[in-house]
Design a protein around this ligand. Structure first.
Ligand SMILES: O=C(CO)[C@H](O)[C@H](O)COP(=O)(O)O
Ligand SMILES: [Fe+2]
Length: 212
């Protein structure tokens, strides 16, 4: 939703609600963890009202523990915080689960996926950032391919039910290869909202999944 028109948030949320997209991705930025500020709870509530879809909340904030519960109460189905933003990732994961929602952790481009080894059994999802977090519309970072493949191996070798999500610079042109590399969920902002026909763009990306 970072690429939506916030003056027409209800309209844009309904458009995604009617589309083939399964999740709605909500980027929360605090101006401290990342050099940009997006929105918080008051903006999440109308999105929750306008759609029954799975709300995937990506927190790019410091001290996520302070706010996890409020995002769950605002209607999140999955709350993802950044590994780099907390001293106690395991505590944050458990806090999210106590709220009755799914727990995800995200890693910035420079953070190796291997740091997540011991946390994997506790997680529902790992979000690999394929751009520096903070802004939509950036180019996909090529180093992300190897991270996805390594994480896929780590998860499959242990038979864990953890999903891999990728975020940043995703479009119909790389969707097929991302599914093939092991991604379960793709986040696309500018590729969808910048398309002449956003719903058709979403279908194009999902159809690429058959190549996995
Ligand atoms: O977390 C994000 C930025 O920090 C966004 O989810 C991401 O950048 C999606 O936007 P785009 O598809 O335009 O790259
Ligand atoms: Fe995001």
């Amino acid at each position: 939703m970072l690429s939506a028109d916030f003056g027409h948030l209800d309209r844009d949320t309904r458009m995604i609600d009617e589309s083939a997209a399964q999740w709605i991705h909500i980027d929360v930025m605090d101006g401290v963890f990342v050099p940009n500020i997006s929105f918080g709870f008051p903006v999440m509530k109308p999105i929750r009202r306008a759609s029954a879809k799975f709300l995937d909340v990506h927190l790019m904030i410091v001290e996520p523990e302070k706010y996890l519960r409020r995002f769950a109460e605002a209607g999140a189905d999955l709350v993802t915080f950044h590994y780099e933003a907390t001293q106690d990732p395991l505590g944050a994961i458990r806090m999210i689960k106590e709220c009755g929602v799914k727990a995800g952790i995200s890693v910035k481009p420079a953070t190796p996926v291997e740091v997540l080894g011991e946390l994997l059994p506790e997680l529902d999802l790992v979000l690999i950032m394929s751009v520096e977090p903070g802004f939509g519309g950036q180019s996909f970072m090529e180093g992300s391919w190897e991270k996805v493949r390594r994480l896929r191996r780590m998860i499959d070798d242990r038979g864990l039910p953890v999903l891999i999500e990728i975020d940043g610079g995703v479009s119909a042109s790389n969707a097929g290869d991302l599914f093939a590399a092991g991604c379960d969920a793709l986040v696309a902002g500018s590729a969808v909202f910048g398309a002449a026909d956003p719903k058709a763009e979403i279908v194009k990306m999902l159809e690429a999944q058959s190549s996995r």
